[in-house]
Design a protein around this ligand. Structure first.
Ligand code: DX5
Ligand code: ZN
Length: 238
């Protein structure tokens, strides 16, 4: 884990963490993928759950999370891109999720859903799509562990980073300071050697990367390189 100050709440040291998304890994060899990124310095594992309704793709469910749980001690950051998340939250908790995030766009009763996650003793996060303004989160910012800003439209790995989403990261940094809140800021989609520094400079602390880590082999080295670039960018922050 790299200990760089990320400009979090005044006087507090926050960590820059890389959360490899196993979506781009070979599903037949997930244990090897997890081992490689762990050796490379990853400290969180990002797990993308898609239902074919909220997003136009289907991925994995609780059984795969349970299998991952057996091969790693890293926190499992479960990103639910599904309708009716309340129905499935208990199963993901049972499977071993440490963090569960739900989309604001998928939750009619967002506060209730976040409370449901917390009631299971799991870190609750909220996610917003690129077109969703951060203002809709104002009332829940003090209760969440992390806010995940989508920097692509969810559904697939390997998409192009959408630059205006960093304006939302900057707004979140200001909203957090104004409230003295403690949530962490995560970004997801199109993070690569080209985009990671800019994301860190905008205020992101947890960087999800799928294609950049698993898309072309050498996941351990890719993890190391992304962490190095993220660390250097932290030092460039004003
Ligand atoms: C997209 C997923 C992402 C995705 C990121 O819907 O939520 O986590 O795997 O992949 P890359 O880094 O390839 O954009
Ligand atoms: Zn994701």
């Amino acid at each position: 884990m790299l200990e760089f100050s990320s400009g979090h709440t005044q006087g507090q040291l926050s960590l820059i963490e890389l959360a490899p998304s196993i979506l781009s890994a070979d599903f037949a060899h997930l244990a090897a993928a997890v081992q490689a990124v762990t050796e490379g310095g990853a400290t969180v594992l990002h797990v993308d759950v898609m239902d074919g309704h909220f997003v136009p793709n289907i991925t994995i469910g609780p059984p795969v999370v349970a299998s991952l749980r057996k091969v790693t001690r890293l926190p499992l950051d479960v990103h639910l891109m599904i309708e009716n998340p309340d129905q499935f939250i208990p199963a993901f908790v049972e499977a071993g999720a440490d963090w569960i995030s739900v989309h604001q766009e998928a939750c009619v009763h967002l506060h209730r859903t976040l409370e449901l996650i917390q009631s299971h003793g799991v870190n609750a996060g909220v996610v917003i799509n690129p077109a969703t303004p951060v203002g809709v989160l104002e009332e829940v910012l003090e209760m969440v562990h992390h806010v995940l800003v989508m920097s692509v439209n969810p559904g697939f790995g390997g998409q192009r980073f959408i630059p205006f989403t960093l304006d939302k990261v900057r707004k979140l940094v200001m909203m957090r300071a104004a409230r003295r809140a403690t949530f962490r800021i995560e970004i997801d989609g199109g993070i690569s050697t080209e985009t990671i520094a800019e994301a860190v400079r905008a205020g992101v602390e947890i960087l999800v990367a799928g294609n950049a880590i698993f898309g072309h082999g050498r996941p351990k080295e890719n993890t190391q390189q992304l962490l190095k670039l993220a660390g250097e960018a932290t030092l460039q922050k004003v």
